[in-house]
Design a protein around this ligand. Structure first.
Ligand code: HEC
Ligand code: HEC
Ligand code: HEC
Ligand code: HEC
Ligand code: HEC
Ligand code: HEC
Length: 307
């Protein structure tokens, strides 16, 4: 009986050991899964070096706490690990990085291929709004940084809105809100675009695509849905024409000059038109693609408000 118990105990230990070894084997560190003679890494380094993420000057902003979560790759990773949002980061990054491989991928965590996993794909509560969440698959990674920092102030009792600085506006990078049909000013109701609902991984599908290009140009996958003869240039030119018209009206009324809003107190409808111009022309940057209907509606209402 005693021998049998001892035998069982030995067997049990052996099985446990075997299981432990095989799970170690399954995740064995393998530097050469990534560092080999292929262009797996260098191909991405090359395209990233053409992208603003890789070249941009704005990563220097990462030394300030209020900017670090989005502008320093390192501070972004720390923010995600701590469960913070860009507006709750309390320290700047003394050694800010560009948006590099480590910003978006895990890199050297398990030292296996699994480290290509994205740092986060959790839905993003857009902090400038109440109870609005961006849930666009892998594009959630991008929406952490590409979200507005502000919404426009309400009109004062005299129906005016103050333009408080030459950097007034939602801030660069409001693309996630544009996809959802929010972030503009005035009475224009927006709805989430077809693109936000139908393109599974939103930003990542169009800006990276199946070839995994890392220059972040948005040319991927359009022909999955659009006909071969679909002419993006023509569609964008129509929106561009409205942008030019609105820009000229704002210059003529003295609200916008030399690439910046002019500080002052303006009738609400005019300030809202200025906000929409900055939102669409200066900051969203897609010339309508992210949300064709909302973009057009905002531009048309803003032009009407200034005429
Ligand atoms: C998931 C793929 C992957 C695996 C596995 C991997 N690396 Fe890396 N490694 C990278 C990436 C990505 C970079 C950053 C390249 C860049 O910054 O352009 C890098 C950079 C490096 C560098 C350059 C210095 C630095 O830290 O940026 C060294 C050295 C290095 N890895 C060693 C290793 C060793 C040793 C292992 C195994 C223990 C390993 N790597 C496993 C992807 C990987
Ligand atoms: C850590 C924050 C962060 C993440 C994550 C991030 N971006 Fe960016 N992105 C930026 C910043 C900051 C810039 C501007 C860089 C500069 O000017 O130095 C930028 C620039 C860009 C640009 C170039 C814009 C231009 O004006 O030319 C594109 C396109 C872009 N991002 C798309 C994406 C996509 C797609 C993703 C997700 C796969 C993504 N970004 C993830 C912060 C981020
Ligand atoms: C919520 C994330 C976020 C925060 C916080 C943030 N930024 Fe940005 N910022 C971005 C993104 C994303 C871009 C790039 C947008 C694009 O090009 O479409 C950008 C672009 C910029 C640019 C233009 C860069 C260029 O190359 O033209 C400047 C300047 C800038 N930010 C300054 C700041 C400063 C200063 C702060 C802090 C006071 C700050 N940002 C905070 C996300 C953020
Ligand atoms: C702004 C964010 C961002 C940056 C910076 C970035 N990547 Fe990526 N990368 C992505 C996304 C998003 C994907 C698509 C992942 C997917 O579809 O699962 C991807 C895919 C990849 C893949 C394919 C992974 C797979 O599972 O097949 C490789 C390899 C890769 N990236 C390497 C790199 C390297 C090397 C760098 C630095 C030179 C880098 N990436 C920088 C966001 C980024
Ligand atoms: C349906 C495809 C599609 C989706 C989804 C999409 N984009 Fe775009 N995006 C585009 C196109 C097309 C442009 C215009 C590019 C051009 O004119 O060169 C653009 C423009 C941009 C720009 C301005 C680039 C510049 O050169 O100024 C940024 C930044 C950007 N997108 C980021 C994002 C982010 C972040 C998301 C997700 C929140 C996203 N996009 C989702 C297609 C898409
Ligand atoms: C999953 C399907 C899908 C993908 C992928 C897709 N689109 Fe679309 N797109 C649509 C739908 C649906 C509409 C709305 C069509 C309509 O209103 O007639 C649309 C509308 C548009 C419009 C506005 C058309 C107009 O008449 O004003 C533009 C511009 C556009 N897409 C560009 C792009 C570009 C550029 C890409 C690739 C980067 C892309 N789309 C990828 C489904 C898609």
């Amino acid at each position: 009986m005693q021998t049998r118990t001892r035998f069982m105990a030995v067997m049990f230990t052996l099985v446990v050991l075997l299981m432990a070894t095989s799970s170690v084997l399954a995740q064995e560190i393998s530097c050469s899964a990534c560092h080999d003679d292929s262009t797996l890494i260098t191909g991405k380094q090359t395209s990233l070096s053409d992208a603003v993420h890789g070249t941009g000057e704005a990563f220097g902003r990462g030394t300030r706490a209020g900017c670090a979560g989005c502008h320093s790759g390192g501070a972004f990773s720390a923010m995600v690990a701590q469960g913070l949002t860009p507006d709750t980061v309390e320290v700047g990054d003394p050694n800010p990085t560009r948006q590099d491989c480590r910003t978006c991928h895990q890199v050297h965590v398990t030292n296996t291929e699994a480290d290509w996993a994205l740092e986060t794909t959790a839905p993003v509560a857009l902090y400038a709004f109440e109870n609005k969440t961006f849930d666009g698959g892998k594009g959630n990674l991008c929406a952490n940084c590409h979200q507005p920092r502000r919404v426009i102030a309400a009109a004062d009792p005299n129906d005016n809105i103050a333009v408080t600085s030459s950097h007034w506006g939602p801030h660069h990078g409001p693309q996630s809100a544009m996809l959802l049909g929010m972030g503009g000013a005035g009475d224009v109701a927006g709805t989430p675009s077809f693109h936000s609902k139908m393109v599974t991984d939103t930003c990542v599908t169009c800006h990276i695509g199946p070839e995994m290009k890392h220059n972040f140009e948005a040319k991927a996958g359009c022909s999955d849905c659009h006909a071969e003869d679909f002419d993006l240039d023509i569609k964008q030119a129509e929106v561009e024409a409205l942008i030019v018209e609105l820009g000229e009206l704002l210059e003529a009324k003295g609200l916008y000059h030399d690439g910046h809003p002019v500080v002052g107190l303006y009738p609400a409808a005019q300030a809202q038109a200025l906000w929409n111009y900055i939102f669409i022309a200066v900051e969203d940057g897609s010339l309508g693609v992210h949300n064709p209907d909302y973009t057009r509606a905002l531009l048309e209402a803003s032009i009407a408000a200034l005429q």
